[in-house]
Design a protein around this ligand. Structure first.
Ligand SMILES: C[S@@+](CC[C@H](N)C(=O)[O-])C[C@H]1O[C@@H](n2cnc3c(N)ncnc32)[C@H](O)[C@@H]1O
Length: 240
Protein backbone atom coordinates (compact mmCIF):
# COMPACT_ATOMS: atom_id res chain seq x y z
CA UNK A 1 0.00 0.00 0.00
CA UNK A 2 1.24 3.49 -0.81
CA UNK A 3 2.04 5.63 2.27
CA UNK A 4 -0.55 8.34 1.54
CA UNK A 5 -3.28 5.76 0.73
CA UNK A 6 -3.59 5.40 4.52
CA UNK A 7 -3.86 9.18 4.93
CA UNK A 8 -5.88 10.04 1.85
CA UNK A 9 -7.01 13.48 3.05
CA UNK A 10 -3.70 14.62 1.50
CA UNK A 11 -5.01 13.51 -1.90
CA UNK A 12 -7.85 16.00 -1.46
CA UNK A 13 -6.01 18.93 0.12
CA UNK A 14 -3.10 19.12 -2.32
CA UNK A 15 -3.07 22.16 -4.57
CA UNK A 16 -0.49 20.46 -6.78
CA UNK A 17 -1.49 17.99 -9.51
CA UNK A 18 -2.61 14.72 -7.93
CA UNK A 19 -0.11 12.07 -9.05
CA UNK A 20 -0.26 9.18 -6.57
CA UNK A 21 2.76 7.26 -7.88
CA UNK A 22 4.90 10.40 -7.93
CA UNK A 23 3.77 11.14 -4.37
CA UNK A 24 4.72 7.60 -3.32
CA UNK A 25 8.12 7.63 -5.03
CA UNK A 26 8.91 11.04 -3.53
CA UNK A 27 7.94 9.68 -0.11
CA UNK A 28 10.32 6.75 -0.65
CA UNK A 29 13.23 8.96 -1.73
CA UNK A 30 12.64 11.81 0.75
CA UNK A 31 11.45 9.95 3.85
CA UNK A 32 11.76 6.15 3.68
CA UNK A 33 15.35 6.21 2.37
CA UNK A 34 16.34 8.58 5.16
CA UNK A 35 14.23 7.15 7.97
CA UNK A 36 17.17 6.95 10.39
CA UNK A 37 17.61 10.75 10.20
CA UNK A 38 14.06 11.44 11.37
CA UNK A 39 14.09 9.37 14.58
CA UNK A 40 13.49 11.79 17.49
CA UNK A 41 14.32 14.81 15.29
CA UNK A 42 13.04 18.36 15.35
CA UNK A 43 12.10 19.02 11.74
CA UNK A 44 11.52 22.32 9.93
CA UNK A 45 9.46 21.93 6.74
CA UNK A 46 9.82 24.95 4.42
CA UNK A 47 6.92 25.53 1.98
CA UNK A 48 4.91 22.95 3.90
CA UNK A 49 1.83 23.14 1.64
CA UNK A 50 -0.95 21.01 3.25
CA UNK A 51 1.41 19.49 5.85
CA UNK A 52 2.15 16.30 3.85
CA UNK A 53 5.91 16.07 4.48
CA UNK A 54 5.70 17.33 8.05
CA UNK A 55 3.14 14.59 8.61
CA UNK A 56 5.29 11.93 6.93
CA UNK A 57 8.28 13.07 9.02
CA UNK A 58 6.29 12.60 12.24
CA UNK A 59 5.18 9.14 11.08
CA UNK A 60 8.86 8.35 10.41
CA UNK A 61 9.67 9.06 14.06
CA UNK A 62 10.27 12.82 14.26
CA UNK A 63 9.60 14.28 17.72
CA UNK A 64 8.39 17.68 16.50
CA UNK A 65 7.65 19.28 13.14
CA UNK A 66 7.21 22.94 12.24
CA UNK A 67 5.84 23.91 8.84
CA UNK A 68 6.14 27.31 7.17
CA UNK A 69 3.76 28.05 4.31
CA UNK A 70 2.91 31.33 2.60
CA UNK A 71 -0.71 30.55 1.66
CA UNK A 72 -3.25 30.78 4.48
CA UNK A 73 -5.69 28.23 3.02
CA UNK A 74 -2.92 25.61 2.86
CA UNK A 75 -1.92 26.31 6.46
CA UNK A 76 -5.57 25.78 7.43
CA UNK A 77 -5.58 22.46 5.53
CA UNK A 78 -2.44 21.44 7.43
CA UNK A 79 -4.09 22.04 10.80
CA UNK A 80 -7.26 20.28 9.61
CA UNK A 81 -5.29 17.26 8.36
CA UNK A 82 -3.24 16.89 11.55
CA UNK A 83 -6.32 17.27 13.73
CA UNK A 84 -8.32 14.80 11.61
CA UNK A 85 -5.57 12.20 12.06
CA UNK A 86 -5.42 12.80 15.82
CA UNK A 87 -1.86 14.13 15.96
CA UNK A 88 -0.77 15.42 19.38
CA UNK A 89 -0.94 19.25 19.14
CA UNK A 90 2.30 19.51 21.14
CA UNK A 91 4.18 17.76 18.34
CA UNK A 92 3.54 20.25 15.53
CA UNK A 93 3.10 23.85 14.55
CA UNK A 94 2.35 25.63 11.27
CA UNK A 95 3.24 29.24 10.56
CA UNK A 96 1.72 31.28 7.74
CA UNK A 97 4.60 33.41 6.49
CA UNK A 98 7.01 34.08 3.66
CA UNK A 99 9.62 31.48 4.52
CA UNK A 100 12.48 33.86 3.64
CA UNK A 101 11.19 36.24 6.28
CA UNK A 102 10.67 33.38 8.76
CA UNK A 103 14.27 32.23 8.26
CA UNK A 104 15.72 35.70 8.72
CA UNK A 105 14.31 36.11 12.25
CA UNK A 106 16.95 36.94 14.86
CA UNK A 107 15.49 34.37 17.23
CA UNK A 108 15.37 31.54 14.66
CA UNK A 109 15.14 28.24 16.56
CA UNK A 110 17.36 25.19 16.19
CA UNK A 111 16.27 22.13 14.23
CA UNK A 112 17.88 18.77 13.43
CA UNK A 113 16.60 18.54 9.84
CA UNK A 114 15.37 21.22 7.45
CA UNK A 115 13.19 20.08 4.52
CA UNK A 116 13.28 22.23 1.40
CA UNK A 117 10.94 20.30 -0.89
CA UNK A 118 9.33 21.45 -4.10
CA UNK A 119 10.29 25.06 -3.43
CA UNK A 120 13.86 25.91 -4.48
CA UNK A 121 12.76 26.64 -8.06
CA UNK A 122 10.07 29.08 -6.82
CA UNK A 123 12.52 31.66 -5.47
CA UNK A 124 15.44 33.84 -6.50
CA UNK A 125 16.75 34.12 -2.95
CA UNK A 126 18.67 30.86 -2.92
CA UNK A 127 21.80 31.90 -1.05
CA UNK A 128 19.97 33.87 1.63
CA UNK A 129 17.76 30.83 2.23
CA UNK A 130 20.68 28.41 2.48
CA UNK A 131 22.65 30.72 4.78
CA UNK A 132 19.67 31.01 7.09
CA UNK A 133 18.91 27.27 6.94
CA UNK A 134 22.46 26.82 8.26
CA UNK A 135 21.64 29.15 11.18
CA UNK A 136 19.21 26.50 12.46
CA UNK A 137 22.30 24.33 13.16
CA UNK A 138 20.56 21.43 11.43
CA UNK A 139 22.76 18.42 10.82
CA UNK A 140 20.82 17.58 7.67
CA UNK A 141 18.97 19.36 4.90
CA UNK A 142 16.79 17.47 2.43
CA UNK A 143 16.16 19.19 -0.90
CA UNK A 144 13.81 18.08 -3.64
CA UNK A 145 13.85 20.49 -6.52
CA UNK A 146 13.48 21.19 -10.21
CA UNK A 147 16.88 21.67 -11.84
CA UNK A 148 18.49 22.89 -15.01
CA UNK A 149 20.55 20.22 -16.66
CA UNK A 150 23.95 21.94 -16.90
CA UNK A 151 27.45 20.91 -15.84
CA UNK A 152 28.28 24.45 -14.67
CA UNK A 153 27.02 26.15 -11.51
CA UNK A 154 24.19 28.19 -13.06
CA UNK A 155 20.87 29.74 -12.13
CA UNK A 156 18.30 30.24 -14.88
CA UNK A 157 16.05 33.23 -14.17
CA UNK A 158 12.40 33.30 -15.21
CA UNK A 159 9.10 34.75 -14.09
CA UNK A 160 6.21 32.76 -12.70
CA UNK A 161 2.57 33.61 -11.99
CA UNK A 162 1.65 33.96 -8.32
CA UNK A 163 -2.01 33.03 -8.98
CA UNK A 164 -1.06 29.34 -9.16
CA UNK A 165 -0.99 27.96 -5.59
CA UNK A 166 1.98 25.71 -6.47
CA UNK A 167 4.10 28.73 -7.30
CA UNK A 168 5.93 31.55 -5.55
CA UNK A 169 3.89 33.93 -3.42
CA UNK A 170 3.89 37.68 -4.00
CA UNK A 171 6.31 38.04 -1.07
CA UNK A 172 6.58 41.82 -1.31
CA UNK A 173 2.81 42.19 -1.18
CA UNK A 174 3.17 44.50 -4.16
CA UNK A 175 0.15 43.19 -6.03
CA UNK A 176 2.46 41.60 -8.62
CA UNK A 177 1.00 39.05 -11.06
CA UNK A 178 4.35 37.36 -11.38
CA UNK A 179 7.71 37.31 -9.62
CA UNK A 180 11.23 36.40 -10.75
CA UNK A 181 12.41 32.94 -9.79
CA UNK A 182 15.59 30.98 -10.50
CA UNK A 183 16.22 27.34 -11.33
CA UNK A 184 19.58 26.07 -10.14
CA UNK A 185 21.85 23.42 -11.61
CA UNK A 186 23.16 20.54 -9.48
CA UNK A 187 26.59 22.20 -9.38
CA UNK A 188 25.08 25.49 -8.18
CA UNK A 189 23.19 23.76 -5.36
CA UNK A 190 26.32 21.84 -4.33
CA UNK A 191 28.45 25.01 -4.42
CA UNK A 192 26.00 27.03 -2.31
CA UNK A 193 25.69 24.25 0.28
CA UNK A 194 29.44 23.76 0.41
CA UNK A 195 29.94 27.46 1.13
CA UNK A 196 27.97 27.14 4.40
CA UNK A 197 29.64 23.88 5.43
CA UNK A 198 27.35 21.18 4.03
CA UNK A 199 28.25 18.26 1.78
CA UNK A 200 25.52 17.50 -0.74
CA UNK A 201 24.69 14.00 -2.00
CA UNK A 202 22.04 13.19 -4.57
CA UNK A 203 19.62 10.37 -3.84
CA UNK A 204 19.93 7.96 -6.74
CA UNK A 205 16.40 7.68 -8.13
CA UNK A 206 17.57 5.58 -11.07
CA UNK A 207 18.91 2.77 -8.93
CA UNK A 208 16.04 2.82 -6.44
CA UNK A 209 12.90 3.45 -8.53
CA UNK A 210 11.54 1.06 -11.12
CA UNK A 211 8.14 2.64 -11.83
CA UNK A 212 8.83 6.14 -13.23
CA UNK A 213 5.23 6.80 -14.28
CA UNK A 214 4.29 10.38 -13.25
CA UNK A 215 8.00 10.88 -12.39
CA UNK A 216 9.34 11.72 -15.84
CA UNK A 217 11.20 14.84 -14.61
CA UNK A 218 13.20 12.74 -12.17
CA UNK A 219 13.94 10.15 -14.84
CA UNK A 220 15.16 12.85 -17.25
CA UNK A 221 17.38 14.59 -14.67
CA UNK A 222 15.25 17.77 -14.56
CA UNK A 223 14.50 17.22 -10.93
CA UNK A 224 16.32 15.56 -8.04
CA UNK A 225 16.42 14.77 -4.34
CA UNK A 226 19.46 15.65 -2.24
CA UNK A 227 20.60 15.08 1.34
CA UNK A 228 23.13 17.62 2.62
CA UNK A 229 25.08 16.81 5.78
CA UNK A 230 26.79 19.41 7.95
CA UNK A 231 30.53 18.96 8.01
CA UNK A 232 32.35 18.68 11.29
CA UNK A 233 32.35 22.32 12.51
CA UNK A 234 35.99 21.86 13.63
CA UNK A 235 37.04 21.10 10.08
CA UNK A 236 36.93 23.82 7.45
CA UNK A 237 37.85 21.47 4.66
CA UNK A 238 35.70 22.00 1.56
CA UNK A 239 34.05 18.96 0.00
CA UNK A 240 36.39 17.10 -2.38
C1 LIG B 1 5.18 23.08 -5.46
S1 LIG B 1 4.56 23.37 -3.85
C2 LIG B 1 5.54 22.19 -2.91
C3 LIG B 1 4.80 21.65 -1.72
C4 LIG B 1 5.55 20.61 -0.90
N1 LIG B 1 6.65 21.17 -0.16
C5 LIG B 1 6.02 19.47 -1.75
O1 LIG B 1 7.21 19.36 -2.00
O2 LIG B 1 5.18 18.64 -2.13
C6 LIG B 1 5.31 24.93 -3.40
C7 LIG B 1 4.77 25.49 -2.10
O3 LIG B 1 5.56 26.63 -1.72
C8 LIG B 1 4.69 27.61 -1.17
N2 LIG B 1 5.41 28.89 -1.25
C9 LIG B 1 5.81 29.53 -2.37
N3 LIG B 1 6.53 30.63 -2.06
C10 LIG B 1 6.60 30.67 -0.70
C11 LIG B 1 7.23 31.55 0.23
N4 LIG B 1 7.98 32.61 -0.17
N5 LIG B 1 7.08 31.31 1.55
C12 LIG B 1 6.35 30.25 1.98
N6 LIG B 1 5.74 29.37 1.14
C13 LIG B 1 5.87 29.57 -0.18
C14 LIG B 1 3.46 27.50 -2.05
O4 LIG B 1 2.33 28.12 -1.47
C15 LIG B 1 3.33 25.98 -2.18
O5 LIG B 1 2.60 25.43 -1.12
Amino acid sequence: MRFFDQYDRFYQTTATLLKPNRFQQRWRMIVAQNRQLFEGARVLDLASHDGRWAFAALKAGAAYVEGVEGRAELVQSSFDNFNAYGIDPASFSFVCKDLVRYLSAENLESFDIVLNLGFFYHTLRHMEIIENMARTNAKYFVFDTGLIDAEEALILVRREAVADPRNAIDHRGAGADSVPIGIVSRAALTLMLDSVGYDCNEVDWRSLVTDFSECEEYAAGGRGTFVARRRDPNSNAPAP
